[in-house]
Design a protein around this ligand. Structure first.
Ligand code: ATP
Ligand code: MG
Length: 229
C-alpha cells in the first residue's frame, strides 16, 4: 500500500489491450508531481484507455508504468484510489441531500468543510439559491439541477477529498457560458499542486496544460506544450 504519493507517473513503452488486440502501443511519457497532462485525439484514439491504466481499472500488459518509482501492479487499487479524485462528464450522484453528496468525497468531513469545498468549487451560490439549500434532496440522475451544476458538485467532492492525483473528463455539451466559466475557474484551482490528467475538449484547457499528448490509433503522435506543438 502507498500512504502518500507525489503523483509522479512514468509510462515507459507501455502497451495494453482489453483482449488480444493491442489498443495502446509504445506509450511513453512522464507526469511530474503537480503537472497537468491533457489527452487529445479522435474518438477511439485511446484517451479513456490511458485513464483506465492510470486509475488501475486495468493492468498494463507490456513496458513499465510506475507511480513514484513503484510499479503500478504493486500498488493496491484501494490505496491508489484514496489519493485520486475524479471529475467525470457525468457526476455520480446519490439519492441524498446536496450536503451528503459533497461529503461523499470524505465521509468524516464536517459541515463547514462541505461548505468550504462548495465555495472552492464555485458551487455555493447556486446551492444557496435552491429553496432548501444544502438540504436539497437529489435523485440519482440529479434532476432539478443542470449538467453544469452537477459538474460543480463533482468538483466540490474532489476538493473535499484533497487528492494528490486528479482525473478529469471534460464535459462537452449543454453548459451555459457562465457556468462553464465557473467550472473552468474551479478546475484551475483544484488542479493547482496536483498531478492532473485531463481528457480535454476545450481549447483553453489544452492551452493551459503543462503537457499535451496527441493520441492517434493508440499511439502518441505528438507530445509537448501548446507552444511546442
Ligand atoms: P472517445 O473520444 O470516443 O471517448 P477514446 O479516445 O476515449 O474515445 P477509448 O475508449 O480509449 O477511446 O477506446 C480505444 C479503443 O479501445 C477503441 O477501439 C475501443 O473500441 C476500444 N475499447 C474501449 N473500451 C473497451 C473495452 N472495455 N473492451 C474492449 N475494447 C474497448
Ligand atoms: Mg473516451
Amino acid at each position: 500500500d502507498i500512504t502518500e504519493t507525489n503523483g509522479h507517473f512514468v509510462f515507459c513503452d507501455v502497451s495494453f489491450g482489453y483482449e488480444k488486440e493491442l489498443i495502446l502501443q509504445g506509450i511513453s511519457f512522464e507526469a511530474k508531481p503537480g503537472e497537468s497532462v491533457a489527452f487529445v485525439g479522435h474518438t477511439g484514439a485511446g484517451k479513456s484507455t490511458i485513464i483506465n491504466l492510470i486509475a488501475r481499472f486495468y493492468n498494463y500488459d507490456k513496458g513499465n508504468l510506475t507511480l513514484d518509482g513503484i510499479d503500478m501492479k504493486q500498488i493496491t487499487r484501494s490505496s491508489l484510489r484514496s489519493h485520486m479524485g475524479f471529475v467525470l462528464q457525468d457526476a455520480i450522484l446519490f439519492h441524498d441531500t446536496i450536503r451528503e453528496n459533497i461529503r461523499y468525497g470524505k465521509l468524516a468531513a464536517t459541515d463547514e468543510e462541505v461548505i468550504q469545498a462548495a465555495k472552492d468549487a464555485n458551487a455555493h451560490d447556486f446551492i444557496m439559491r435552491l429553496p432548501n439549500g444544502y438540504d436539497t434532496v437529489l435523485d440519482q440522475s440529479g434532476s432539478g439541477i443542470s449538467q453544469g451544476q452537477k459538474q460543480l458538485l463533482a468538483i466540490a467532492r474532489a476538493f473535499i477529498s484533497k487528492p494528490s492525483i486528479l482525473v478529469l473528463d471534460e464535459a462537452t455539451s449543454n453548459i451555459d457560458t457562465i457556468t462553464e466559466l465557473k467550472i473552468q475557474q474551479a478546475l484551475e484551482r483544484l488542479m493547482e499542486g496536483r498531478t492532473s490528467f485531463i481528457i480535454a475538449h476545450r481549447l483553453n484547457t489544452i492551452q493551459q496544460a503543462d503537457k499535451i499528448i496527441l493520441l492517434e490509433n493508440g499511439k502518441i503522435k505528438e507530445q509537448g506544450n501548446h507552444k511546442e506543438l
